[in-house]
Design a protein around this ligand. Sequence first.
Ligand SMILES: [Zn+2]
Ligand SMILES: [Zn+2]
Length: 189
Amino acid sequence: MKRLCTDLKIIAIFEEVKARAQELYPQQFNDCTIDLVVRETRKQLGSCTLSMQNSPTKATSAKHRTAEIAISKYLVGEEAIRKVLIHELGHFVAPDHHHSAIWKERADKIGEKWEIVCHTRASLQESFSFRANLPAPKINPTAPNYVLVCQQCGQIIVRHRRSKLVKHPNGFRCGKCGGSFKLLTNAKQ
Ligand SMILES: [Zn+2]
Ligand SMILES: [Zn+2]
């Protein structure tokens, strides 16, 4: 089972790591959409699924790249979350390279800022088996129902109710940078 991530801590870390990746490899971020999802699995720490689609905005034959970056909901702690997200964004900036030297070089370059060195799945799996014995973290009952993220600067806005911004995110611009918002929700529509 998967759903869009609405955990503020994970989103904040993701936006930081994504900003760093974009700074280093801007060409990989042209005409693309990235969804961050949470999975109820103990078998995989994270994953990055890339696909190409016809551009929704442009009438040209240029392909729009979409990525789904997934993270296990059983990961505990900021560092573990950051590690997995750096690993997966490494795949995003090194498409088709799997766990090659190019993937490693780019992922490590992203991780440098936090002194994180990336490992392949096998060694990540080790760190996971230790956590696999822990019970699933409880879902915070006071978590906001709606989370909006600026697609440009990563600013996060939370709303507990279905406000105007939640109803019409496209009608608003980010106060910091003028970017557009993406709505993430865990409320029943
Ligand atoms: Zn990988
Ligand atoms: Zn912004």
